[in-house]
Design a protein around this ligand. Structure first.
Ligand code: PMP
Length: 380
């Protein structure tokens, strides 16, 4: 077997999710998957696409209609790409995999925030790259002075940015974007910015490093529709990059999947054209849930940051004198609620837990009531 494969592990999120299945009556707040149905117009468009026989291979980079519509959508967020600079992928996951594959030689260093979505470090390790961790501030923004130091000392090839963040819920602020820009401007480093939760940004304005046109030759944007249109199982995402990178990324994408599923591409096209109102409504619902979960956890005495996007909250459990894994195991077995230990996202996630509020208010209420009761017992 490939030694690099043997070194990496399946995601800690999945591991914990599998444990939940063994505890009858447990409520799970572990998964990152919205509970909303796929917007009706998207479903209809996919049925229509099947009926019309649109089931053949599409161009490797995806149907032109979708790429054009996506460019219009990105433009509304001040991100400018042309359809030739877009590749539609089989989910953000395939996008990330193709990008790292195209970029890395063994030994290349990649700065990965700690904690962060586990795929980044795993893919880098799989490819024989070297992960250089960068810590976060208390509010989970990137520690920019530390980033600068790391870049100077390690001369890394790439930096991963991931906002709105899984697992912390932090968002890209204007200040952070501008400070990072200043660092990147005169350095040879490529930024992979994973913005899969961009449609679930709770702030008034959206900030992305990809909004800086003058450094577009240093930026690769990875994103997707799993969260935006609540279509996680349909496997569709995208990568945007200048031609020089895209030519290489497309080779990996082609030999890996040829193209993203044709039917789903037509669905996403319909979604971008006609379902943005539903996306806005979903976002408002997530803001309400965020507020509810935040206030409930606060009243239980937990400390945490107010999430600015995505659908995760990352409270501290340090006051309980248990590791995050023991906390989650006990909450699962004794309190019948499943959440994810923070160390599933990196060593600096220790002392925290990730709660997903991509579940309905009723489920959230039951889960939080149980959690409150269990925490109450611990305190006595
Ligand atoms: N990036 C982040 C930060 C994620 O949380 C996820 C999914 N949980 C992905 C990428 C991949 O999503 P997908 O492959 O479903 O598009």
């Amino acid at each position: 077997m490939n030694r690099n494969v043997q070194k990496i592990e399946i995601s800690g999120i999945r591991k914990f999710y599998n444990k939940v299945a063994k505890v009858p009556d447990a409520i799970s707040l572990t998964l990152g998957q919205p509970d909303f149905p796929v917007p009706l117009a998207i479903r209809e468009a996919m049925i229509q696409a099947i009926r019309a026989g649109k089931t053949e291979y599409t161009p490797n980079s995806g149907i032109i209609e979708l790429r054009k519509e996506l460019c219009n959508y990105l433009y509304s967020m001040d991100i400018i790409y042309s359809p030739e600079e877009v590749c539609i992928t089989a989910g953000g996951s395939e996008g990330l995999f193709s990008v790292f594959n195209a970029l890395l030689n063994p030994g290349d260093k990649v700065i990965v925030p700690n904690p962060s979505y586990p795929a980044y470090a795993s893919i880098v390790n799989l490819l024989g790259g070297v992960v250089v961790e960068c810590g976060l501030n208390k509010d989970f923004t990137l520690n920019v002075p530390e980033l600068k130091k790391i870049i100077e000392e390690n001369k890394p090839k790439a930096l991963v940015l991931s906002y709105p963040s899984n697992p912390t819920g932090a968002g890209m602020t204007k200040e952070m974007r501008d400070e990072i820009y200043k660092i990147l401007k005169d350095r040879e480093i490529i930024v992979i910015t994973d913005e899969i939760y961009s449609a679930l940004n709770f702030e008034d304005k959206y900030y992305s490093i990809a909004q800086y046109q003058d450094i577009r030759d240093k930026i690769i944007l990875v994103s997707g529709f799993s969260k935006m249109f609540s279509m996680t199982g349909l496997r569709i995402g995208y990568v945007c990059a200048v031609k020089e990178y895209m030519d290489q990324i497309l080779k990996i994408h082609q030999y890996n999947v040829s193209c993203a599923p044709s039917i789903v591409q037509w669905g996403a096209y319909e979604g971008l054209k006609n379902c943005l109102t539903e996306v806005k409504e979903m976002r408002l619902e997530f803001i309400e849930r965020r507020n509810y979960v935040y206030s409930r956890l606060k009243s239980m005495g937990l400390e945490m940051e107010l999430p600015r996007g995505a659908f995760y909250i990352f409270p501290s459990i340090e006051n309980f004198n248990m590791s995050s894994e023991v906390f989650c195991e006990r909450l699962l077995n004794e309190g019948k609620v499943a959440i994810v230990p923070g160390n599933a996202f990196g060593s600096k996630g220790e002392g925290k837990v990730r709660i997903s509020y991509s579940y309905g208010i009723e489920e959230l209420t039951i889960a939080l009531d149980r959690m409150e009761k269990w925490i109450g017992k611990l305190k006595n």
